[in-house]
Design a protein around this ligand. Structure first.
Ligand code: A2P
Length: 256
């Protein structure tokens, strides 16, 4: 028996290019909310094709959920998109990553900025009571091109507000803000633009981000991460790491 093979419990397709799936949490597997693992499938030659996937589930969950994009002709996702309940996938039970609470200094407000599948690690963190023990207020943003790509994040946040286990922790601490860039919705445009022109702050009626009281996590495409990182460096934020907590941390969303 291959110890790294784990059964798929459920699969949900959100759009033509986005799907989520759950596997049973392997016995004894520990991880921190926000971390990623390597997972994948065997190819025709019985060679494993593995990619990094953020765990969407919080650290207390009995199931492990993942959120994936489908890349046309992508070596893994073009096959992974066909998985069904009871199929087996490879899951390496060693987790790692910088988007964890321990990598941030203490602060008052936590800002989680994501694009696309970069929402995944934040789906984990917003369901972890520790997030609300450490911060007074948590602002989560998710930007996609089109409205239908916001379906997964909408559902996760709605579940948070209604989940018996965590809704008391959330109270009025979690604020969710979605924007679309290529289709009309409540808030339009890139989050970086909405920050730079102050509409983000005006919409939420909050004071501007500052490195004294605020901590930030970023997860999206490479360009998004870089642009955001520069925005924060200009505001005197210092990048943190697991062995050296800072004001912000960044990680690239899985793309291949
Ligand atoms: P845009 O439509 O203006 O490119 P993608 O699907 O390409 O990964 O992008 C996901 C979302 O992230 C899109 O809404 C996209 O906006 C936005 N985005 C991409 N690059 C940046 C960036 N450098 N700064 C801010 N937002 C970005």
């Amino acid at each position: 028996m291959n110890q790294n093979l784990h059964k798929v419990l459920s699969v949900k397709h959100w759009t033509k290019n986005l799907f989520s799936f759950k596997v049973q949490r392997p016995l004894g597997f520990k991880f921190k909310s926000g971390e990623f693992v390597m997972l994948g499938l065997y190819n025709e030659n019985q060679k494993p094709i593995l990619r990094a996937y953020s765990i969407c589930s919080p650290s207390w969950s009995e199931e492990l959920e993942f959120y994936s994009i489908i890349v046309e002709n992508g070596p893994l996702t073009s096959k992974l998109k066909n998985i069904r309940v009871d199929d087996e996938i490879i899951l390496m039970t060693k987790s790692t990553g910088t988007l964890i609470l321990d990598a941030l200094k203490t602060g008052e407000r936590l800002f989680l900025f994501s694009t696309g599948t970069g929402f995944a690690p934040f789906a984990s963190l917003i369901r972890d009571p520790e997030t609300y023990e450490k911060f007074n207020k948590v602002f989560l943003t998710h930007t996609c091109r089109n409205n239908n790509e916001l379906g997964y994040s909408s559902q996760i946040v709605n579940e948070c507000y209604n989940n018996e286990l965590i809704k008391d922790f959330l109270n009025d601490k979690l604020v969710f803000y979605q924007t679309t860039t290529r289709e009309v919705s409540t808030f339009n445009g890139r989050i970086t633009d909405r920050i730079n022109n102050n509409s983000f702050y005006n919409d939420l009626k909050i004071k501007k981000i500052n490195s004294n009281t605020d901590r930030v996590m970023i997860c999206g495409s490479l360009e998004f991460n870089n642009e955001f990182k520069n925005l924060l460096l200009d505001l005197n934020f210092e990048e943190g790491a697991t062995n050296k907590p800072g004001n912000f941390v960044v990680e690239k969303a899985f793309v291949g």
